[in-house]
Design a protein around this ligand. Structure first.
Ligand SMILES: [Zn+2]
Ligand SMILES: [Zn+2]
Length: 257
């Protein structure tokens, strides 16, 4: 069984706990760690967990809203940290004291009862990876921070029952919003972030392979609204897919993939 909980989502900080259980073990993977360590400890506590229960950390890329306290948490709890070599270089090659594990596109990571498979996405960081997390029966796809869907992304997500999916912005709100011109181009470009309709198209493309649930994530506070993200997903997916929207500071409750 795969369960997961977003501890925070969007530019104020991204972190998601994914839990896999088989007959005799429970495994927790923390995907991204973009919060201060005291906030993270508090959110874990609110989720009914302790940091020491985390078996591994996976960092998708080096942007501040994803890396946060990863180094201090890893060193404090002696937790292995997976990231691409490019992400590690992008961070300035910090010393993880033997806890760093290099992740590569399509190379499975086995942690206890969980198998995570990272995959490359187009985003304006050095070597970003997003991932699927499975227990052999069901699979959760985590997909935030990418400018557009690619055939590779869609192939990796095929068969996912649940997606935690970036719905970053509404193009109209972005266009009319307060961001400076260069930032509007960056966010809305092919190496920035997904618009609601782009996200909905990705979800619709994998719908026939068994998609049952989508959690809209990484919503821009300035350039999106929960009802717009939900509306775009509902329009593309119809009534058979359950839709949730993760809240920026509090994420979402525990969900089963
Ligand atoms: Zn981000
Ligand atoms: Zn990013």
């Amino acid at each position: 069984m795969i369960r997961f909980k977003s501890l925070g989502s969007g530019s104020t900080g991204n972190a998601t706990v994914v839990q896999a259980r088989d007959g005799h073990r429970t495994t927790h993977l923390l995907v991204d760690c973009g919060l201060g360590i005291r906030v993270l400890d508090k959110r874990l506590q609110q989720a009914g967990m302790l940091a020491e229960q985390i078996d591994a950390i996976f960092i998708t890329h080096e942007h501040a809203d994803h890396i946060g306290c990863a180094l201090s948490l890893a060193l404090r709890e002696r937790i292995p940290v997976y990231m691409s070599e490019g992400t590690w270089i992008g961070l300035g090659q910090p010393d993880f004291e033997g806890l760093l594990r290099i992740a590569r596109d399509s190379q499975p990571i086995e942690v206890g009862a969980m198998r995570a498979i990272p995959f490359t996405v187009p985003h304006d960081s050095r070597e970003p990876l997003q991932l699927t997390c499975g227990d052999g029966a069901v699979s959760l796809g985590i997909l935030t921070d990418l400018g557009h869907g690619t055939p590779h992304v869609l192939a990796q997500l095929a068969g996912c029952a649940t997606l935690l999916l970036e719905c970053n912005h509404d193009p109209q709100l972005l266009e009319n919003g307060p961001y400076p011109y260069f930032l509007k181009r960056r966010v809305g470009g092919g190496w920035g972030h997904l618009a609601n309709a782009d996200a909905a198209a990705i979800a619709a493309a994998i719908l026939p392979s068994g998609l049952r649930q989508v959690v809209a994530a990484h919503l821009s506070e300035q350039n999106n609204r929960p009802d717009l993200a939900r509306g775009a997903l509902e329009q593309a997916l119809g009534a058979q897919v359950e839709i949730h929207v993760a809240d920026g500071p509090s994420g979402c409750g525990w969900l089963t993939a």
